[in-house]
Structures are given as C-alpha cells and as structure tokens.
Design a protein around this ligand. Structure first.
Ligand SMILES: Nc1ncnc2c1ncn2[C@@H]1O[C@H](COP(=O)(O)OP(=O)(O)OP(=O)(O)O)[C@@H](O)[C@H]1O
Length: 286
C-alpha cells in the first residue's frame, strides 16, 4: 500500500490554516512516527488520510488513485484510533468489539476479537463493561478496535496517552511487529515512542513538514549543536534553548541546543530528543 500526499493544504471554515502544502510518501511496510508540538497539524493530517476531512488544496493518492475515488478501498483496509475516541460505556469490551467487527464486515468475528483482546492484554477485562475500565484500559480497547481484522494500514493518533511505562513498551513492540507487514502511522508527543521502533520520522510544525527521514538522520542533523555546561549565573543561558537542567551536589548542570554553542559549553552527542528540540527551536527563532 502506498499513500502519496501531494501539495496538501487544509484550511478550516474558521479560517485557520492547519496544513500548508504538505508533500509526503508513505509506503508499506513501515512504522512512521509523526512528531510535532500541540497544534502542529498532526490530527488534521490523520483525519485527511482517513477521509474524515477533505483537503482544501492538493491531492492524496492511494496506490495511485485519488482518495475521493479510492475511499471505499481505503476504509476497507484501514484501522484507525482517533485522538478523542468515544466508547460505548454500557457495552462490555467484547460486545463493543463485536459491534466494530460487524461494522468492518468481518467474517469470523469471534476469532478476530480473541486475537486483538490478547494482543492488547485485556483478556481479564473482556467481559467487563467499558465504563468500569481505567483510562489506560480504555485506550487499549481503542487500539484493539483499530487492530481488528488485521487491516494493512493503521493510523494511531496519540496511542500511548494514558498508558503506564510498561504498557507503552508493550505497545511499542506491538506496533513494531505489526509494521513488519503493514503501514503503521502513529502520532505522538512522546519521543521515546518513536525512538526505538520507527524507521521513519516526520516532524510537523505550524502545518509544515520540517523533517522526514530516519531517527539516525534526525540525530545527525543536530551534531555539533548540543552542549552541556555548569550554570554559574543565569546570563549563561541567554540565547540557548535549555533542554535539561539538573541540580547536582556540584551545582546546576544544563544541557542546551543552539545554532552556535558558546565556548563554555562542552559538546555532547545529540539524543533524538535534543535533535527534535533543536529542529523546533530553530523554527521558533526564525
Ligand atoms: N475543527 C477545527 N476548526 C478550526 N481549527 C481547528 C479545527 N481542528 C483543529 N484546528 C486547529 O488546527 C491546528 C492544527 O490542529 P491539530 O489538531 O491538527 O494539531 P495536532 O498537531 O494534532 O495537535 P495536538 O497534538 O494538540 O493534538 C490547530 O491550530 C487547531 O487549533
């Protein structure tokens, strides 16, 4: 499966331009992490990709066919976890998944439901009413319904919200395994979610794409722009973007990103988080 996003823009009826001339190729199999600050346009892009919104400019091609003509095919091969996912509180987990399986037209719903309930570790709650679940468990039901029927294209909008660290690791591994044969797109603010599993990262900010490439390429782009120093007085922080500030017994140790590091900063190898913050901070400085 291949999606081509060509010069896509989205302006809401309010006049807010959420996306500005985006170009992007998404090709199966791949696990693509969509990173960006609040309001960057991530959810808008995902809504366009699932045809929940129509772009106000540009074209989206699904295996070469314009989305407007390929909508049926796209929806039949799509699993989607939206950001604000409403659940049917009075249904049990299994009843809800059964309903979703019917909407998806699955031929063998019982086996498919068993499979996804196991994949998200919810066997113990399969008969529990959704209103009795914790936030993290509800999120897992949302992930389960997206996985139902093993669709070849999966979109998860902030899938790890509400999950504890152990669950987040479980889901990262699940997404990674799923992406061995599928196209998986996940949006997140959490760098660790993309760090260890995504083979491609797309950084979006103010409705434009700032970066596409591998995590290693993003890290490389910040080489020479990350440094640490002891904060002897506050003026040393001026003109720098401080990414960490640690109180130690010897004083305050600062980590910073900057276009040009000051002489008192000792250069450090960038992490993915440094590189992301460097990219966003450069944009903010312009
Ligand atoms: N229905 C809407 N009408 C008007 N403006 C909207 C609408 N939905 C989103 N926006 C605006 O479009 C911009 C992009 O929003 P979007 O939800 O796509 O960002 P996001 O990157 O998903 O942010 P977050 O991480 O906070 O969910 C924001 O400025 C937002 O306020």
């Amino acid at each position: 499966m291949e999606l081509k996003i060509q010069n896509v823009s989205m302006t809401y009826p309010s006049g807010k331009q959420a996306l500005k001339g985006l170009n992007l190729d998404l090709k199966s199999p791949s696990l693509i992490g969509l990173l960006g600050p609040n309001g960057a346009g991530k959810s808008t892009l995902m809504k366009l990709l699932v045809a929940a919104l129509q772009p106000t400019g540009g074209t989206i091609l699904v295996d070469g066919t314009p989305l407007a003509k390929a909508e049926g095919k796209l929806k039949a091969s799509l699993g989607y976890l939206p950001q604000d996912f409403g659940l049917f509180d009075e249904l049990t987990v299994t009843q809800f998944l059964d309903y979703m399986a019917a909407l998806k037209g699955l031929k063998n719903p019982k086996a498919a439901i068993r499979e996804v309930v196991a994949a998200v570790n919810l066997e113990e709650k399969a008969r529990a009413k959704i209103r009795t679940l914790s936030g993290g468990q509800r999120q897992r039901v949302g992930i389960a319904q997206a996985l139902l029927g093993d669709p070849p294209f999966l979109i998860f909008d902030e899938p790890t919200v509400g999950l504890d660290p152990e669950e987040r690791i479980h889901f990262r591994n699940l997404f990674s395994r799923t992406a061995e044969e599928h196209l998986v797109l996940l949006s997140t603010h959490i760098i660790e979610d993309v760090q260890s599993v995504c083979d491609q990262i797309v950084v979006i900010h103010h409705g434009t794409i700032l970066f596409t490439g591998t995590p290693e390429q993003l890290i490389q782009s910040a080489a020479g722009h990350v440094g640490v120093f002891w904060e002897k007085d506050e003026t040393l922080e001026q003109g720098l973007h401080i990414t960490a500030r640690v109180n130690t017994s010897q004083g305050i140790r600062c980590r910073a990103v900057a276009d040009k590091l000051p002489p008192y900063a000792q250069s450090e190898e960038p992490s993915l988080e440094d590189a992301y913050l460097y990219l966003i901070s450069r944009e903010a400085d312009q």
